[in-house]
Design a protein around this ligand. Structure first.
Ligand code: X8Z
Ligand code: ZN
Length: 605
């Protein structure tokens, strides 16, 4: 068998050979061109190789697959940092084309796990990271003292309305999953910072922030600008929801003032609150008369049929159906005979047409949305697969990748549900239910905003050293209170590591992408509805079946990351600015309504 580092080494051997200049002489423009080509090919090949192993591991967690993925990630991360270091040297070559300069910048910034080149460091990083991702995948909490797995507990947090049981599930999940990861996580931070510093970045957070076609500080400022735009809406929603929870559970469970108890919001992480719409729905205007989970069940949908419906949205826009292999290779439901990573993901294993999703789908409204989200990734992946560089086979930025499927899901209006046969026409809510429809949507979309922001604001400070391992627990709880206005259902132990109980922390997936996507999707949706000539309240617009929107969408998707993201944004929306304003316009009638409901209340926490 090939040694795991042989591929990583080969590109540099190849590049050195083709440079054919003594190490002390500066490479020429032609040398750089040859090197970039070879590095690009190595990256392409390496992503395919690493994806295959990652797939096998994620769909079958065992000691063996964990060891394989650890070694594979070590190899992958090593290639990434070696390429980045060499790219920094190449960037100094005079006379490079704009294309080559762009690729070199991507080689230096598109890295989430920079490992140092000291011997053994990449392997140590790979081993520790695979271990905590495995801990998450295999994680269990308890309900009435009995073990309950990750996907079941996630669902139960949405449907259970017993505050004692919610508290038990919340505490047991955070204790069992988060706590055992803390030591490994602290070491990963050290290692990855050393890697980032070798590449000339202050720390890993600075490297992550450098991946947006702008200065890292300017990017941090952009997230703050967006947050300032949308925060007043969040505060109103928080205020209203807190009162409704108090009315349902009593003041002993949810007080009238201060933060909300995190386990009452219908989601393990309190990141989306749509599952408790029934608790907050106002009488009359809030009775929508339908619920997507009930409709799916009533019409006998199974997970595969849900995915077919998702595909149907994309094909209605004129995009090609998913390849046959999608259906044979995807993991659509949770296998019963082994441990898997249930957190949903979308793959293009061969960088060409080997599209797959991996989910543990349940028949409910949340997963119906998640399917549209994942297929958005797949359609993006296929649209850019003809780009001439593997470095361009990415979203315009990672927020774009996360926003595409969600943009489609915003088109899941009552009228659309009628069109696909899920809802009877007679049941379409009348105009006086608009407040309810908007509130249902806000519980998911608006509630998410501070969560989407705080995860990386916490990690940025962890990487910069401002938050030390002793303070991992307290600082997390403090930031959850500060941004989201929520508190754990009980005092947390000193050795808690609640951050680790959220998938993207052990999986080391940067999270600001989801914050960006939350506002971007409203910019895309508004532009699509304008293109479709929609007249009427924005939230009632569905561009299902509109080929002109599909063509415009495909034009943006097929650009991939070949141009700076403002170019891609402009191609689809006409604007070059990411902004919360489109989202605010969508929810404007709800904001007015919430302000009226909250009159006289001490909002905030
Ligand atoms: O992780 C995801 C997707 C996979 S990219 C299911 N999302 C974030 C999360 O679950 O925390 C989608 C919304 C936010
Ligand atoms: Zn996603």
């Amino acid at each position: 068998m090939k040694s795991p580092v042989s591929l990583a080494v080969s590109v540099f051997a190849l590049a050195a050979a083709s440079l054919a200049v003594p190490a002390c002489a500066a490479p020429s423009g032609a040398d750089a061109e040859v090197w970039i080509k070879a590095a690009d090919q190595a990256y392409f090949d390496e992503t395919v190789r690493a994806s295959r192993i990652q797939w096998v591991y994620s769909t079958n967690i065992t000691d063996d697959t964990e060891a394989l993925v650890a070694a594979s990630n070590a190899e992958f991360n090593t290639l990434m940092v070696k390429t980045a270091a060499e790219a920094a040297r190449m960037a100094k070559v005079p006379g490079l084309t704009a294309e080559d300069q762009r690729k070199l910048i991507m080689m230096r910034t598109q890295i989430s796990s920079p490992v140092p080149t000291t011997p053994g460091a990449a392997d140590e990083y790979g081993t520790r990271q695979a271990r905590i991702e495995g801990l998450y995948g295999k994680g269990h909490g308890t309900l009435n003292g009995a073990p309950i797995n990750g996907s079941d507990i996630e669902e139960a947090m949405g449907s259970n309305r017993n505050p004692d049981q919610l508290k038990e599930m919340w505490l047991s999940w955070h204790d069992a999953v988060g706590k055992p990861m803390k030591t490994d996580y602290a070491r990963l931070v050290e290692l990855s910072n050393a890697g980032a510093q070798e590449l000339g970045f202050a720390d890993t957070g600075a490297l992550w922030r450098s991946n947006y076609d702008m200065e890292p500080d300017a990017f941090a400022a952009l997230t703050e600008k967006i947050w300032t735009e949308v925060k007043p809406l969040y505060v109103q929603l928080h205020c209203y929801t807190r009162r409704k929870l108090g009315e349902k559970y009593g003041e002993a469970v949810q007080a009238k003032t201060g933060p909300i108890r995190a386990d009452l919001l219908g989601n393990m992480w309190a990141q989306e609150w749509g599952s408790i719409y029934d608790v907050v729905a106002p009488k009359g205007a809030g009775d929508l008369g339908f619920d997507v989970t009930d409709l799916l069940t009533a019409k006998g949908y199974d997970p595969v049929k849900m995915v077919r419906a998702g595909e149907g949205f994309y094909t209605s826009l004129g995009l090609a159906p998913l390849p046959e292999t999608f259906w044979t290779r995807s993991q659509i439901t949770k296998p019963r005979d082994r441990e898997v990573v249930c957190h949903a993901s979308a793959w293009n294993v061969d960088n060409k047409n080997d599209l797959r999703i991996k989910m543990c789908t349940k028949v409910n409204g949340d997963d119906f949305i998640t399917i549209h989200h994942e297929l958005g990734h797949n359609y993006y992946q296929r649209a850019y697969n003809a780009q001439p560089s593997r470095y361009y086979m990415e979203g315009a930025n990672d927020g774009f990748h996360e926003a595409i499927g969600d943009t489609m899901a915003l088109s899941i209006t009552p009228e659309y549900l009628v069109q696909i046969g899920l809802l009877d026409r007679a049941k379409v809510p009348s105009a006086d239910k608009d407040t309810g429809l908007l509130l249902r949507q806000a519980m998911d979309k608006v509630a998410f905003l501070p969560f989407g922001l705080l995860i990386d604001r916490w990690r940025w400070q962890v990487f910069s050293g401002k938050i030390k391992p002793e303070a991992y627990g307290t600082s997390w709880t403090e930031m959850r209170r500060q941004y989201q206005g929520i508190v754990p259902p009980a005092e947390r132990p000193a050795d808690a590591f609640d951050a680790g109980a959220k998938y993207h922390i052990p999986a080391v997936v940067p999270y600001t992408r989801y914050f960006l996507a939350r506002v971007l999707q409203f910019q895309f949706y508004e532009a699509a509805c304008r293109e479709a000539g929609w007249k009427g309240p924005l939230h009632r617009c569905s561009f299902y079946g509109n080929k002109a929107v599909g063509a415009k969408l495909n034009a943006m998707l097929s650009m991939g990351a070949s141009k700076p993201w403002p170019d891609a944004l402009e191609a689809f929306t006409g604007s070059r600015e990411i902004s919360g304003k489109a989202m605010i316009r969508y929810f404007a009638p709800l904001q007015t309504w919430l302000e009226k409901q909250n009159k006289g209340q001490a909002c905030g926490w």
